[in-house]
Every structure is written in structure tokens, then in C-alpha cells.
Design a binder for this molecule. Structure first.
Ligand code: ADP
Length: 378
């Protein structure tokens, strides 16, 4: 039997086919620039059918990544009509993401009626966040009515690398542990995890808050939005402001050049001022959050870097940690330089906090959760 992991994004569909018992990957693929979901999913199924000797009937379950599960979905769920309704009710909170996730679920339910459908949520890992971090300082009545809270995202990734970090910490992590995880990809977020429970995360009501990202601004004064929409600030429309903050800001906006850290590092080495500014704002914000979470955890035991930038850029890892030696973060410079895309400890001598690079694997996490649920069902 086999398990399919389906990650339907806003413009791409990523998928991994696993052998159920061994967890071996049979096939991994991606459909880019998707405009017609059903057509792309149909193509994926026919490709997979050719790979499976017993055909699609040997697919026992499909694990779906679902971006927003609100506060309701604290764990992965077997999808039935009620769960699907629940996911749909979270759509207004994630209008850019949940609709494509739902398309994937509905397609799989229709075309693979014998397979179990499992939803694994990007928000679940953060549902343990305590009230003081979950609430914005808005009138409680309004926040409650419109469900405006810190939900957090990238939870599947934070959960995966946190689990690996505990294994790497070994005995030390038993009972008490404080782990800071940094997911630095096109989207960037951090989590503070105390004794296995997430206690804070940098993304909030939407994935716009927090760190500087490829094209997203991260934190800013909310009054800037009003100002941009006023005649003095350029009279941007609602949609233009949304676009500006989500697609034109971050590293891309600051550098005026690119959202890709590789391009910016190269440009900075040639003396490009915009690239240098963008990377320094990125590293500064990262450093600020590391310090904040170090405090929140009353001293972290581990700091983890993951995703495209976290796994592959020694420069950004070093820039984030440099200057934090008095707080107990010491990097092994030489080791750090050599680590790209592999799991490795990069802690330097005398460091109080252990520093790791851990490649993330969201699909593996979804596969595991899917197997857990269908096994428990028997
Ligand atoms: P996504 O969030 O789309 O899954 P990734 O986790 O793959 O993205 O991260 C993509 C980003 O990782 C790129 O935009 C680039 O900035 C960064 N990146 C990838 N490889 C490197 C590298 N060798 N050095 C520096 N940055 C890198």
C-alpha cells in the first residue's frame, strides 16, 4: 500500500508518494504555475498510476497540508463532512491558501473514494500558545467576533525540526527544554518551544507578520497602512496595499533587486548598497526575535535554522547570531561555513545554547501523521 502527500499551494502543487510500511519515497514531484487545479491533479494521478503496479487502488490514504485550521484543529484529522466544513469555515481567515487546499481535498475524495483523506494543519503546532501571546491588544469583543488572534504558520516545519532538535539534544531535553526554531525560506517565521509546547511564534493572524521575508514586509507600524491609503501617502487602494506588503516588500523591496538571498549576497559582494541594506535589515530583525524568544524561554537550550536560507546560507546564520555571544550563542565559524543543506551541529566552544542546522521535511511529517491516524483507526 502507499500514501500520497499532497500540498496544494496558491499556484503550485507539490506531492510525494510514500511506500506505506517503510516510509520510502516512491516519487516526488511538483506542478508549477497551476491555473486549473483539477486538470493538474488529474495529470498527477495519471503519472502516479503508471508508477504503482497495483494502480491507484493501492493508495490507502492521502495526507493534505492545510494552511489554516484556526484554533479548532489542534491535531491532524481524518476528513469527513464535518471536518471539511470546519476547514471551509477557516477559509475567510486564509483566503489565499485554504481554497487551494480544499480543492485538493475535494478532488481526492471524488477521484479516490476508497482512500482515507487526512488533513494536517500548519496552525496546529501553535495552538498551545498561551493567551498572553495569542491575543493582540485589541478590544476583546471585536477580536473574538472576527477571530483576530495570533495563529502562526509553518507549524508542520517547526514541529518537525523541533522534534529532531529534541533527539539531538538527547538526555538533556528530557523533562525541560527551550528550543528556538527559525524557518527561513521565501516565507520566514520563528517559534519558541518550551518543554515540547509552542509558546510563541512570529507570524500572526496572517503569514505577513514577523520577520523580513522574500517579498513580505513582516512587522510594521499598522498606521503605515492608513497613511498609504490617505491622499498624503499616495492614496493606495486596499488591493494595492495588500500587494505592496505581500509581494513588493521584504528583501525585494529593500534591495530594489531580488527576493533571493543568493542574488543579494552576490550583489553585496560587488558593493550593491540596496542588497547590503536588505540583508542587514533581515539579519537585524532575526536577531531581535532570537533575543526575544531567548527571554521568553528563560534561556534557550537550542537554536535551529531550517528552510532555504536557514539550511543553505552560512552568511545569514552567522549574521543573525554575531553579537549574541554574551547571551550564550556562540557559533563555530568554520563549521558553519561548510554546512549547506545537511543536518549538522554548528555550536562553537563555550556556547550555552546548542546551534543546529536541520533540513525541514514537511512531507515526511504529513506522511507520519497520516499513518498514525489510519493505524489508530483500525
Ligand atoms: P519556500 O518557502 O518557497 O519553500 P525555500 O525554503 O525553498 O522556499 O527557500 C527559498 C529561499 O532560500 C530562496 O529565495 C533563497 O533566498 C534561499 N536560498 C536557497 N538556496 C540558498 C543558498 N545556497 N544561499 C542562500 N540562500 C539560499
Amino acid at each position: 500500500m502507499s500514501i500520497l502527500v499532497l500540498n496544494c499551494g496558491s499556484s503550485s502543487i507539490k506531492f510525494t508518494l510514500y511506500e506505506k510500511e517503510s516510509g520510502l519515497i516512491i516519487h516526488r514531484g511538483m506542478e508549477d504555475r497551476v491555473t486549473d487545479y483539477d486538470q493538474s491533479l488529474e495529470k498527477i494521478l495519471s503519472d502516479l498510476e503508471a508508477l504503482l503496479p497495483g494502480g491507484l487502488l493501492t493508495l490507502e490514504a492521502v495526507g493534505h497540508r492545510v494552511v489554516h485550521g484556526g484554533r479548532r484543529f489542534r491535531h491532524p484529522h481524518l476528513i469527513d463532512a464535518e471536518v471539511l466544513e470546519g476547514v471551509k469555515s477557516c477559509t475567510e481567515l486564509a483566503p489565499l491558501h485554504n481554497p487551494s487546499n480544499i480543492r485538493g481535498i475535494e478532488f481526492a475524495a471524488r477521484r479516490l473514494p476508497d482512500a482515507h483523506q487526512i488533513a494536517v494543519f500548519d496552525t496546529s503546532f501553535h495552538t498551545t500558545i498561551p493567551p498572553e501571546a495569542h491575543h493582540y491588544a485589541l478590544p476583546v469583543k471585536i477580536a473574538k467576533k472576527y477571530r483576530i488572534h495570533r495563529y502562526g504558520f509553518h507549524g508542520i516545519s517547526h514541529g518537525y525540526v523541533h522534534g529532531r532538535a529534541l533527539q539531538l539534544l538527547g538526555d538533556m531535553s528530557e523533562g525541560r527544554s527551550g528550543v528556538i526554531t527559525c524557518h527561513l525560506g521565501n516565507g520566514c517565521s520563528m517559534a519558541a518551544v518550551k518543554n515540547g509546547r509552542c509558546v510563541d511564534t512570529s507570524m500572526g493572524f496572517t503569514p505577513l507578520e514577523g520577520l523580513v521575508m522574500g517579498t513580505r514586509s513582516g512587522d510594521l507600524d499598522p498606521a503605515i497602512v492608513h497613511y498609504l491609503m490617505s491622499p498624503e501617502g499616495g492614496a493606495f487602494t486596499d488591493e494595492e496595499v495588500h500587494d505592496l506588503l505581500n509581494r513588493e516588500s521584504g528583501l525585494k523591496g529593500l534591495s530594489g533587486l531580488s527576493s533571493d538571498v543568493r542574488d543579494l549576497l552576490e550583489a553585496r559582494s560587488r558593493g550593491h548598497a540596496g542588497a547590503a541594506l536588505a540583508l542587514s535589515v533581515f539579519a537585524y530583525r532575526l536577531k531581535k526575535y532570537i533575543c526575544a524568544y531567548h527571554g521568553v524561554l528563560s534561556g534557550a537550550d537550542a537554536l535551529v535554522f531550517t528552510a532555504g536560507i536557514g539550511e543553505n546560507s552560512p552568511e545569514m546564520r552567522a549574521e543573525a547570531v554575531t553579537g549574541l555571544e554574551p547571551l550564550g550563542f556562540v557559533l563555530d565559524g568554520e563549521k558553519n561555513e561548510g554546512v549547506r543543506g545537511v543536518e549538522e551541529e554548528i555550536t562553537g566552544p563555550g556556547s550555552k545554547v546548542r546551534i543546529f542546522v536541520i533540513p525541514t521535511d514537511e512531507d515526511l511529517m504529513i506522511y507520519r501523521e497520516t499513518v498514525k491516524i489510519i493505524s489508530a483507526k483500525r
